[in-house]
Design a protein. Structure first.
Length: 300
């Protein structure tokens, strides 16, 4: 066995046909420390993943890498050269040419996990992860390191159902990466605090006819700026967020109380029962009466 086939920091993993139906299957997971002025990739890098940093490579899988410490560079067919540092995370896409390496003066410590599956394809197709946004500003997060370490342990043990456990870890990593990156996109914490205050105002006043314009005024923002930032932060326009809170409250009352539909509409802040029923069915696919029957078990 030659050096490029031996490694102590990478696990080749197999998946059955049943494992594949889980949605995400893991092919490789590992961790390595690259010392200053050392060759990269190391000579013990597995042949399946070997590449030359002067040429780059193309993979047949996704890989999510995290730099625990050190500095380096990443670039791809769709991404201009980007400086990486401690706490950087970057995503490699199947079929996409890419290249990356640590700076000789610092080296780096890296974690990675490689995977395929229809779940990840769906996330990409729905725009959660994009070729042109391959690098995430995560920062040094103990939670992320713990998830990679857990994945390595699960891969080492390979107990029954290990692919499903690893799939869960990948889902968690992707969710944490997406969330941290989105949060850190709001550099101005004063703006974040104002948006959180706006959400509190909605929670406390959704049934009192509070308007997005009034909320913007109360938190000291222009309405146009508030509307733009609020949607960027929450995924909802202010008016849709208020409506969503009303619907959630009405769903709770339909399930847990015996109030009449018109009473629920009033308590939830709707103008009349007919409008409430129309909006409720549009949002949930059920009429209020049908939703109550279903959640209270009366449909059986």
């Amino acid at each position: 066995m030659n050096d490029c086939q031996k490694t102590n920091n990478l696990k080749y993993l197999v998946a059955s046909e049943q494992d594949i139906t889980w949605g995400i299957t893991i092919n490789t997971v590992g961790h390595q420390i690259v010392k200053k002025h050392s060759v990269y990739p190391p000579q013990n890098h597995p042949c399946r993943y070997l590449f030359a940093t002067d040429k780059g490579r193309i993979l047949e899988e996704y890989q999510l890498l995290y730099i625990k410490q050190g500095r380096g560079t990443f670039f791809s067919k769709n991404y201009a050269p980007k400086e990486l540092g401690t706490g950087s995370m970057f995503l490699l896409f199947p079929g996409q040419w890419h290249n990356y390496y640590p700076h000789p003066a610092t080296g780096w410590e890296e974690y990675w996990i490689g995977f395929t599956g229809v779940d990840m394809d769906k996330y990409v197709n729905n725009g959660f992860f994009q070729y042109s946004k391959s690098v995430f500003n995560i920062g040094l997060q103990s939670e992320i390191i713990a998830l990679y370490e857990q994945a390595i342990q699960v891969a080492n043990e390979q107990n029954p159902g290990y692919q499903q456990m690893l799939g869960g870890i990948v889902h968690h990593l992707l969710g944490v990466a997406y969330s941290y990156n989105k949060q850190l996109g709001f550099d101005d914490m004063q703006v974040v605090n104002k948006i959180n205050k706006a959400k509190i105002l909605v929670a406390e006043n959704y049934d009192k006819g509070i308007s997005p314009e009034r909320i913007a005024s109360q938190i000291g923002m222009s309405y146009s700026w508030f509307r733009r930032i609020f949607k960027q932060y929450t995924g909802f326009s202010p008016i849709n967020y208020i409506q969503e809170i009303k619907i959630r409250k009405s769903m709770e009352m339909l399930t847990n109380t015996s109030l009449q539909i018109k009473e629920i509409a009033f308590v939830a802040g709707f103008n009349n029962a007919e409008y409430f029923s129309t909006i409720f069915k549009k949002k949930t696919g059920y009429t209020p009466d049908r939703y109550r029957e279903f959640t209270q078990g009366r449909h059986l």
